[in-house]
Write a protein of this length. Structure first.
Lengths: 317, 306, 253, 253, 306
């Protein structure tokens, strides 16, 4: 038999639990069989994963929705497909305890951080502010939105240079535990069923066309692993933390891990409608160009639905 | 001043007038070689035909360094060039060495137009141009190394020439560890070691004490006599020129033209302190002095207040 | 003896100042780590071998990438200094090309080499190559005329002139170029190691920063500084000293 | 005339090669952008003023940050070259400190200066300062003894010696240092502008990369190259040329 | 060889023997000043007391450059130092200028230990040490600028001294645009312009033609006589030393010791070509030659094969 190599990307991050735990206990290796060699690639940031996928050096990756959209739009729909979800939730608006913010009106004149201009949290923050009748400074208002990297948010909280931050996990929890923060709003409360995309599984179109069987096998394992995680939460959390420690040299403190995971949901559902809604908000905020890109064919859920059907689970639209 | 310095127009070519000072002078541009020394038919080793060279100086304009120079050096000739400071002696040697381009005119080596530098013409620079990153011995070996001479031969030659200039003990020193005179001797050894057809020497003994200079005069003359090399030797010491040269060319102040040439007919070996050498030198010096005075007057005339 | 004393004094004062600042708790330890925190991070890193591995991996990349840069940088620099065409075309762009951050090379590296060691090496080379080139070119341009004249006069032409005159005569400049190139190479390596997780020190640094783990950041900084110190002492200082001895240049008075 | 012709030729060939590669579609345009795609990005950027603003903002930061680096770098370099103590302590660390990537300075910049221009300037200065220092120090060390001897002999001491002898005599080295420093400053600026959204070119570059928009990345690269080219031509080339004229150094043969 | 070169032990201090050559020789280490020229009680301007100086050469060991030198120079004295190449003349001047430290012994200026360099002692370097980044005029003005002299005064002084060395027309040139002799004259002008108490000159006329050198001899003598400066003048030209000096000190080969001193009693103005000057020079030269020959023999003796 001829051996195939499948190159899979992931981040050493709690939002990629399937990848981390799968790596730790060899779940995928077992599922794919001896003929398939899994070549795990670890990335630090979405853009480089997309770049690598573009360059044909990566077949499949766990990734956030933002880089996925960018990759899809940049390649005019050619390069990649979303084939399953991974995680949902896991973002919150955290305010500094001593910033004097108790209700929405207190945000006037405050400085709020988002991780990066135009990313999921940034878009959510702007949409939320707009929905509550508040204008950002760049639109002539008095709320200052400052895109600044997550690690710096922590420092700036401590320096009292930021009043609030819309942050993903584990940063939201770290702001609470290490920088005197308080969760003002859990982003889940803004979404139907509290679900919105945090990470998903993306495959390169070329690989999908050439090896649908492999992709399907992977999806099967992915779904099974997702279920396993949800049914063995404490064990899974420890495994996840151990794997993160292995790859980054640092594990998360217990309370941060618990808090973060509490706001996070592990799911194979790609949450297409929430995703499209978020994309629409991004476009409204002016981040997706002059014309709303057609994201409808970004999803290829045929294989996922076949797997779900096999397992007698509800098929996703 | 004896009347031996005459125009060539007056003195028929090839005709020699014996003179008290042993000098035969010819005005510039009439380069007839004396019969018996080197026949007229021989292709000159080095020919400068109507050479002009100007330097661009800042934005102020141009400086004429060499002005219509005609000079022919026979194979095996020992030619000395004297002239006041800044008259273009070094420039002329650089030209022959192929390190500068003339503005007009042509430089011929063995009758063929010179193409850049060549190992047949080695120059001892006035600024020496020793390589600080090499030891004394490596400096002397440099030319041989470039020519692909084997290590053993290089070493033995370098040793010979270093002994010649009395620096064999200092072979492992770096250049900055030598005194001024020692550096000059290293440059001499470096040039001699390559054993070129034409040796271009730019005041090679200027920094040496009288005794060392005397010794090196003898050695240079011996080497010249034994190997039949052509030597063009620039010096500001007229007596040294008479001591060494078959012919002494006197350049004018600025721009450098050939003012006059003298054939030195004194028998060899000569010595610096010889009375005929001194007498001949005094004659040339007189001419030179006249020349410089004229030029100095011109220079001071240019300035308003003193 | 006095030298050692001064060293000890200097570093003691540094560490003492650090200890005092940390004790005073001007800033919380998350952002201003304590010496013992960093010490612990160092200890832990070495104990679980991750630092050893990172050092080995990164140094290997540095040596290969930097080595390539030095060789090609010199060749390019001499080429530019000797060819009017190269000088007018590439030469004029040197400084600007060198200003491009490594981030610009990442996509090309991935495109050409995929996720391999070669991609990282490419980034390192692109980051430091031109630094050597610039110095080489300046060295060649600022060369006193007399050296090349003397070399040509003694029969060195073309490649020989280059090897035996131009190169040694530009050595003082090349040393600066090598130093700067070393620094550029490190910085590019850190960027290169950001493409994908690849064990090196750059990775550890990135992780430290991503986790806002200042102890880790400073521990890795200390490692980079220590490595640079060793290389500087072993290579650059030695070359400089020999240069000074040979050329008779001014020693640090 | 010939020079211009060569320029035109060189850049035409470059662009032609690019066009052909793009036409052949060896790589998909989303990773290997077409010249017209980049042209469009440039056009759009200038049309909506975002490039103008970015250039203005970044150049301002460069001039201030780089200016500070040059001044302090020279002072530090001379200090190190003249003081045994500094030489043995900081001096030995120079190359290693310069190797530290800007990423190390980001947390400190944020900690000390918050989200201000100063934080960005700090990163720029930390990135390029030591480059000037290294060159200054090497220049001072590689100075032929005779210059400082002649200077001292003629009554120049201390500061005068520095200003009138050491500095001008090290100028050839300083030029290399300034060039390298310029490159380091740009690279650090790009990092510094990553701290927060701050309009500059670094920001545009980061955005391009974050959005995997290669046309934008290349458009910004072209801007950086063009700016570098102008500065090189106006500043460095002029200084070098004057140096060559005055000192009688070898011109590019 | 006339018998005027005697050991001090034989010739009682202060006792002068008239001699045909106008020279009074004293062996080294007996530096009694002749009565009538400068009284013994005067503090010497420059005193070298038992100076030794060794150089470290690579790893091979040390080279003794100066060996127990005792030398006292009276205020207003014109002292010439001659000696073979590499004997330590330049080293000695550097020492007086405060640019080198002696290994043992002490250097006194006006009876006080010398502290580094001082504008009262200006040296003309053998390597010139001109600043390539300055024009000729700026080079000459350099010392004045360091002393804080006003621009107008600087310019007028620079112009004076540039005229003195016939380079006023070249004042805006850069150094590399000058010939070897012109550079040497710039260095001379630069040193003279600072008008120091003690002028230390290291072969300042080595690259000049005879005529220019003669003119500058006259000018230097005039300046010296008018201003009463102390001059220590190194040359390898013995005749030049006799032409200029009140006293000529002869150094031995290696290590450099004071071999002998000669008081030159010839009336001024003297000229290089004067017969008494020549005679005196020949006498010193004889002694020098003896010395060098001895040393050369020693050098060749050191080597096995030649
Ligand atoms: N690179 C240059 N640029 C401009 N002028 C120059 C240059 N080199 C030499 N000159 C000028 O050319 C003239 C001749 O110079 P050259 O060095 O040939 O004189 P020289 O006869 O060797 O004098 P010296 O006996 O003093 O060495 C001088 O007036 C000098 O100023
Ligand atoms: N930096 C140095 N390192 C080692 N040796 C040196 C150094 N400088 C000079 N010497 C040695 O010291 C001796 C005296 O040198 P110095 O330059 O004083 O001689 P000098 O009398 O001026 O000779 P010259 O007439 O040739 O200029 C020489 O043998 C030389 O090799
Ligand atoms: Mg000359
Ligand atoms: Mg000397």
């Amino acid at each position: 038999g001829q051996q195939t190599t499948i190159r899979v990307g992931a981040f050493p991050n709690i939002t990629h639990p399937q990848a981390m735990i799968g790596k730790a206990n060899g779940w995928f290796e077992k599922a794919m069989g001896p003929q398939v060699k899994i070549d795990w690639k670890t990335f630090n940031a979405g853009p480089s994963a997309i770049e690598t996928l573009f360059a044909g050096a990566l077949d499949m990756t766990y990734i956030g929705p933002n880089p996925a959209i960018n990759g899809y739009v940049r390649s005019t729909g050619e390069a990649l497909r979303t084939i399953a979800g991974a995680t949902s939730g896991g973002a919150a608006l955290v305010v500094r305890q001593d910033a004097g913010i108790t209700n929405i009106d207190d945000f006037h004149g405050k400085r709020i951080a988002s991780p990066q201009m135009g990313n999921t949290q940034d878009v959510a923050l702007r949409a939320w502010l707009r929905a509550h009748g508040m204008k950002t400074t760049d639109k002539g208002g008095d709320v200052q939105v400052i895109p600044v990297a997550n690690p710096d948010q922590l420092t700036l909280f401590l320096k009292k240079q930021l009043d609030a931050a819309w942050a993903p996990e584990p940063w939201a929890s770290r702001l609470v535990h290490e920088a005197n923060g308080r969760v003002f709003l859990d982003e889940r409360s803004l979404w139907p069923q509290g679900q919105f995309v945090t990470a998903q599984l993306v495959v390169s179109t070329k690989f999908l066309n050439e090896h649908p069987d492999l992709v399907k096998t992977w999806l099967r394992a992915h779904v099974e692993l997702t279920n396993w995680i949800n049914s063995h939460l404490p064990e899974a959390k420890n495994m996840l933390n151990a794997q993160i420690r292995k790859e980054t040299g640092k594990s998360l403190p217990g309370e941060v891990l618990d808090d973060s995971f509490g706001r996070l949901e592990v799911t194979y559902d790609p949450l297409k409608s929430a995703f499209l809604k978020a994309a629409q908000s991004a476009f409204d905020a002016g981040f997706l160009g002059r014309q709303m890109p057609d994201l409808s064919s970004m999803y290829d859920l045929k294989l996922l639905n076949e797997v779900l059907a096999e397992k007698g689970k509800k098929v996703i639209q | 001043m004896t009347p031996t310095a005459r125009n060539a127009a007056e003195a028929p070519a090839g005709h020699r007038t014996a003179s008290r000072s042993g000098l035969h002078a010819r005005a510039s541009r009439s380069l007839v070689v004396l019969p018996g020394r080197a026949p007229v038919s021989t292709t000159p080793k080095v020919s400068l035909n109507d050479i002009c060279l100007t330097y661009g100086v800042n934005t102020k304009g141009r400086l004429i360094a060499l002005d219509h120079i005609n000079l022919h050096v026979q194979p095996g000739e020992f030619l000395c060039i004297v002239g006041p400071s800044g008259c273009g002696k070094s420039t002329l040697l650089h030209l022959v060495a192929g390190l500068h381009r003339q503005t007009t005119g042509e430089v011929l080596i063995d009758g063929k137009a010179a193409q850049g530098t060549g190992t047949d013409r080695i120059l001892i620079f006035q600024e020496l141009g020793l390589f600080p990153w090499l030891t004394v011995q490596q400096n002397v070996e440099f030319g041989l190394r470039m020519a692909g001479v084997s290590k053993a031969e290089r070493e033995s030659k370098a040793a010979d020439y270093l002994r010649l200039v009395h620096l064999h003990q200092f072979r492992d020193n770096y250049i900055h560890q030598l005194s001024g005179g020692m550096r000059q001797r290293v440059a001499l050894a470096r040039a001699l070691a390559t054993e070129p057809d034409v040796l271009l020497m730019d005041e090679p003994f200027a920094a040496l004490d009288a005794q060392t200079r005397d010794l090196l005069h003898d050695e240079l003359e011996r080497i010249w006599a034994e190997t039949g090399r052509t030597i063009i030797f620039v010096t500001h010491n007229v007596r040294e020129a008479v001591r060494l040269g078959d012919r002494v060319v006197l350049l004018t102040f600025r721009p450098g033209k050939v003012k006059r040439e003298y054939h030195v007919d004194l028998p060899r070996p000569r010595h610096l302190e010889d009375v005929p050498v001194a007498t001949a030198a005094r004659e040339i010096l007189g001419e030179l002095r006249e020349e410089i005075n004229k030029s100095l007057e011109a220079e001071y005339g240019n300035e308003t207040n003193r | 003896m006095k030298r050692t004393a001064r060293y000890v004094l200097f570093y003691s004062v540094l560490i003492a100042a650090w200890v005092i600042l940390a004790k005073l708790k001007v800033w919380p330890p998350y952002i201003f780590p304590t010496p013992w925190g960093v010490g612990e991070a160092l200890w832990a890193g070495f104990a679980d071998h991750s630092f050893w591995i990172a050092i080995a991996v990164s140094m290997k990349r540095m040596l290969i990438g930097y080595g390539l840069s030095v060789v090609f940088g010199m060749i390019l620099g001499l080429g530019i200094a000797n060819s009017k065409f190269l000088e007018e075309t590439v030469g004029g762009l040197l400084v600007s090309l060198q200003s491009l951050p490594s981030i610009c090379w990442l996509p090309i590296a991935v495109l050409w080499f995929g996720l391999t060691e070669k991609a990282i090496l490419f980034v390192v080379v692109m980051g430091s190559l031109l630094s050597v080139t610039i110095s080489m070119e300046t060295g060649r341009k600022q060369l006193p005329k007399i050296y090349s004249m003397a070399g040509r006069n003694l029969g060195a032409g073309g490649f020989q002139l280059l090897l035996h005159v131009t190169l040694p005569a530009s050595l003082p400049y090349i040393v600066t170029g090598l130093k700067q190139g070393w620094a550029f190479a490190w910085r590019s390596l850190i960027s290169g190691e950001m493409i994908f997780v690849s064990l090196g020190l750059g990775q550890l640094l990135m992780m430290g920063r991503d986790l806002n783990d200042m102890s880790q950041v400073i521990a890795v900084m200390i490692l980079i500084i220590a490595l640079g110190y060793i290389v500087d002492g072993l290579v650059f200082k030695t070359v400089e000293k020999r240069l000074q001895e040979r050329w008779g240049l001014a020693p640090a008075s």
